[in-house]
Design a protein around this ligand. Sequence first.
Ligand code: SF4
Length: 302
Amino acid sequence: MSDAHYDGRAMPSAKPMTASGTRTAPTKPTKPKKAAPKKRPKKPADPAKQWASYLRRYRPGLQAYVLEGLTRQYGEQTWEARLDPTSELILTILTQNTADTNAEKAYEALRAAYPSDRAPEEHRPGIGWGGAGLSTAAPPDWTAVENAPLPQLIDVIRPGGLGPQKAPRLQATLRHIREQRGDYSLAFLGDMPALEARDWLTQIDGIGKKTASIVLAFCFGMPVMAVDRHVERVSKRIGLIPPKVTADQAHDLFLGILEPDEMYAAHVLLIHHGRALCHAQNPEHDLCPIRDRCRMVNPKAP
Ligand code: SF4
């Protein structure tokens, strides 16, 4: 072949030369990759909604069955304000880890040791209360309780038990309310949405969802559920709440499975049933109006 047209430059070649002198296949131009669509972060599942949907699917109508059965047994429960909210909060702190009868003794002792000239308050305990009910008398003078020497306050409430733990808690609670609000009134909670009001109260040291829910449900008729040991035990036996859920979690599960206007009656009826028949030891299944759907009696109950 003539090289007349060869001008000394390398001939164009279909294959580029490698360092070792061999030819490689040309690389195809690559298309720019499309960016993968961004995944939206998954919302964490709401345990209350999940549990409500489980009950709807596998145990339909359970809540209504329980409420109807207990209402037949113990009567219709209509809400009425039980005490002034500050009194209710202090009384509820006094009930923590002790019987309601002991809390009554401690509260009456506060009234006697720190009298006030406020209007007498009437205690309407209803069937959810485990004591005899307070006498009708003026609430304690909260300023005097907050400022009392601690050893003295411990002695005053000692008849109710756990004086050394509860006296500082009472004073810290009253101090918190006064510092935040300027006085001891909790009436403002009635203007707040229920869960915001519950959050406000649970910011106070030693006040959990149970104590906060009792104040809001009994003083304002708010749709929150207080889960004490009776409510927790009975509900777990029936299967209204899962067996391993904590009492703290149970407060929110109930918000998913009960209608707002069922909350008060459910609390009062379950707590009373726990005292009357569904005792911690030797529950009286034979007398129970809801035994046909109780998972303690029949683990496959509908
Ligand atoms: S059947 Fe027995 S365990 Fe179940 S709710 Fe009634 S008393 Fe309690």
